[in-house]
Design a protein around this ligand. Structure first.
Ligand code: RIB
Ligand code: CA
Length: 316
């Protein structure tokens, strides 16, 4: 079992995200298990105005003073697209949300990413939305690639997509940005759909979260209920949703929950049918292209859920 060896201390991360129900739970996990240096927001599940608002309201509900920096309001080339059919009109439908009291620390997410990575040599970027901000930071300041500990990405699919049969949402939204990131030479970890669909949260799991009977538990349970119902309507008919984004955080804080395998990953930016596909070369040996990514292949989902439960409970 190949695992990621990280330092004993909490990994220092910047979370680039598009909240989004699962992004909100990634924030909840990151704040407890990482040194969360900041949150940057990007257009994705919903427009930038709302992803930023949702990141702020999530940190407010969790009692965090983590700075939130607004980033790109559209992909590098193609028009923005969203996923209201999963996340609702606000991007965070389900829970009752209080009036927003926080505001963004800046509208310069890319500047924040570059300056923070230049200021210390132990920063991981965790990207759980389209890779627009990350690509802009790499293009603006190529030196950060050598300074970063790495980039942990929720995105892609080894054997399937969710927007098209070939393409997963975060990559499909901005394939040009993904290509820049996957060709950058940075240390990459990829939690793709083949991995995240092993971590399904169903109604029994939601009941266990709700039974914690705290405001944060109610927030998480309401998020996951809406999310599971949306997945039921859109895909499976069963009220359960894959908990995508926390995987990209937990691989850094709890690597023993995962197995990883080195593969070459290329991004399809042309093509009609396959645009946005992550082409994962699993051939290995002499036939395969030199790996550029550690692909997460397995998660101990029972242990990961118990950790999620403990993490939610830790907010009181
Ligand atoms: O395809 C799933 C990914 O797209 C998740 O990050 C979800 O939040 C959306 O951004
Ligand atoms: Ca996301």
């Amino acid at each position: 079992m190949e695992t990621l060896d990280t330092t004993k201390n909490k990994p220092a991360i910047i979370l680039d995200c598009d909240p989004g129900h699962d992004d909100a739970l990634a924030i909840l996990c990151a704040a407890r298990h990482c040194e969360l240096l900041g949150i940057t927001t990007v257009s994705g599940n919903i427009d930038l105005e709302q992803t930023t608002r949702n990141a702020l309201i999530t940190t407010q509900l969790l009692g965090l003073d983590t700075p939130v920096h607004r980033g790109a309001d559209r992909p590098l080339v193609v028009p923005a697209r969203h996923a209201e059919f999963i996340h609702g009109a606000s991007g965070l439908d389900g829970p009752q949300l209080p009036p927003l009291e926080r505001s963004p620390a800046s509208h310069e997410a890319v500047r924040f990413l570059i300056d923070t990575v230049r200021s210390r040599d132990d920063v991981w970027l965790v990207a759980t939305g389209p890779l627009t901000n990350v690509a802009l930071a790499i293009r603006t300041a190529p030196d950060i690639v050598g300074r970063l500990k790495g980039i942990s990405i929720m995105g892609g699919g080894t054997s399937f997509g969710n927007v098209t049969p070939a393409a997963e949402f975060n990559i499909y939204c901005d394939p040009e940005a993904a290509e820049i990131v996957f060709e950058s030479g940075a240390r990459l970890l990829m939690a793709d759909l083949d991995l995240t669909h092993q971590f399904m949260i169903d109604e029994d799991a939601i009941d266990r979260i709700r039974a914690l009977a705290s405001p944060v538990a109610t927030f998480a349970a309401d998020l996951l209920t809406f999310y599971g119902q949306a997945y039921a309507q859109a895909y499976s008919g069963r009220v359960e949703g894959p908990l995508h984004d926390p995987c990209a955080v937990l691989i850094l804080s709890h690597p023993h929950l995962f197995e990883i395998a080195p593969h070459h990953v290329a991004i399809e930016t042309g093509g009609n049918v396959t645009r946005g596909m992550t082409v994962v070369d699993t051939r290995g040996g002499h036939r395969g292209e030199a790996p550029n990514t550690d692909v997460l292949t397995k998660i101990d989902s029972d242990a990961a859920f118990e950790l999620l439960l403990e993490t939610i409970a830790s907010y009181g």
